[in-house]
Design a binder for this molecule. Structure first.
Ligand code: SF4
Ligand code: SF4
Length: 76
């Protein structure tokens, strides 16, 4: 048995640079992003699976993938 530690990444929106275009909301396969009061996008970390699609599709390139927690993976 081989135990590996991996950092789990979540999407993070740099809110003051967000133009609320809604692209990330449309492309997220988990419905993890919402536009708050028509002003900025916000990611629900509990729903985000770290797929990076939103970060790639954001026209303003202001979604960052941030390591949120360490998960232990059992590699057999
Ligand atoms: S795609 Fe980028 S600019 Fe558009 S709402 Fe999402 S985070 Fe904001
Ligand atoms: S990384 Fe994937 S799951 Fe997470 S918010 Fe972006 S598109 Fe949704």
């Amino acid at each position: 048995m081989d135990i590996k530690k991996k950092l789990k990444k979540k999407a993070y929106v740099v809110k003051d640079k967000c133009v609320a275009c809604g692209t990330c909301v449309k492309v997220c396969p988990r419905g993890a992003i919402k536009i708050i009061e028509g002003v900025f996008a916000e990611v629900d970390e509990n729903k985000c699976i770290g797929c990076t699609i939103c970060a790639k599709e954001c026209p303003a390139s202001i979604i960052e993938m941030v390591a949120k927690k360490e998960v232990v993976v059992d590699v057999k």
